[in-house]
Design a protein around this ligand. Structure first.
Ligand code: RB5
Length: 145
């Protein structure tokens, strides 16, 4: 399992904490920054992570900005990327089990560090259910208009 990480200035601190969690679990990381709180545009970081996931360079992605919204919007422009921006465990679990989400976009100004870590753990530990969901996910990936 290899994770691509990215954050803007609002998410850099939380990205670092969550990167530590991934490291502790023995997960390989490719970190696209940011490394400091100097302003950086979230679509640039989302694009770097989304490209890594779409190309297969990384299996999954973690993006952090103020709300996670801009990151998810940006990442979902890339074919094969299915980014989710949850605030609760149930949504996170269903996004993996039913939607095979491959990018987790979190909001550092919305979530406490403990909740963010909980959501990342759920994202890591929940497999895709496949079966009847597989065709629906294939339909998501086939839509380009
Ligand atoms: C930056 O101020 C903020 O707009 C960004 O971190 C994010 O919340 C956008 O979706």
């Amino acid at each position: 399992m290899k994770f691509a990480l990215g954050a803007d200035h609002a998410g850099v601190g939380l990205k670092s904490r969550l990167g530590g969690l991934l490291h502790a679990r023995g997960i390989e990381i490719v970190d696209f920054g940011a490394e400091e709180s100097t302003p950086v545009d979230y679509p640039d970081k989302a694009a770097a992570v989304a490209r890594a996931v779409a190309s297969g360079e990384a299996d999954r992605g973690l993006l952090v900005c103020g709300t996670g919204v801009g990151m998810a919007m940006s990442a979902n422009r890339f074919a094969g990327v299915r980014a989710v921006n949850p605030s609760d465990s149930y949504t996170t679990r269903m996004a993996r089990a039913h939607n095979d989400a491959n990018v987790l976009a979190l909001g550092a100004r919305v979530l406490g560090a403990g909740r963010a870590a909980e959501l990342l753990e759920v994202f890591l530990d929940t497999p895709f259910d496949g079966d009847r969901h597989a065709g629906r996910v294939a339909k998501i990936d086939s839509v380009v208009e």
